[in-house]
Design a protein around this ligand. Structure first.
Ligand SMILES: [Zn+2]
Length: 143
């Protein structure tokens, strides 16, 4: 009753609450893009390396299998299978990164699915497939 109506209320801008919680600056988006692209190149190099190792193991198997006993052959087959499953998992990660880059262009990448906050660039660089911020991820794991 004492104070007159607060004049600040009248002068206040209309609530900005309808807009998303935060926006990323173009610079930040570029930083994510660069991190993802670097990761993709890294994975591709790793993939090529693994493929050439598989080829090599294959060649070994064909050339010196004459002198091998059964144990050697078994080891080489095992090694080759290991390399193949490694190559498959690397390829999967490449796909994830490529998908992330597409979503980044659409503006749907890098936001926590749970709380809607932006996921830190460093986290996205380390885990391109992350869909939760660290806090939400920890909450999720605790359940
Ligand atoms: Zn979150």
């Amino acid at each position: 009753m004492a104070k007159p109506a607060d004049t600040r209320i009248a002068g206040r801008k209309p609530a900005a609450k309808a807009t998303p919680k935060a926006t990323r600056s173009a610079a930040e988006t570029e930083k994510i893009r660069a991190a993802l692209a670097a990761r993709r190149d890294e994975l591709r190099a790793e993939y090529d390396q693994t493929l050439s190792e598989i080829t090599e193991l294959q060649r070994d198997r064909l050339t010196d299998s004459a002198g091998d006993d059964q144990a050697d052959t078994g080891t080489k087959t095992f090694e080759r299978e290991q390399e193949i499953s490694l190559a498959n998992s690397i390829r999967e990660r490449i796909t994830q990164v490529e998908r992330a880059l597409e979503r980044l262009d659409e503006g749907g990448y890098g936001w926590c699915e749970r709380c809607g906050n932006p996921i830190p660039v460093e986290r996205l660089a380390a885990f391109p497939s992350a869909t939760l911020c660290v806090t939400c991820k920890q909450l999720e794991e605790r359940r």
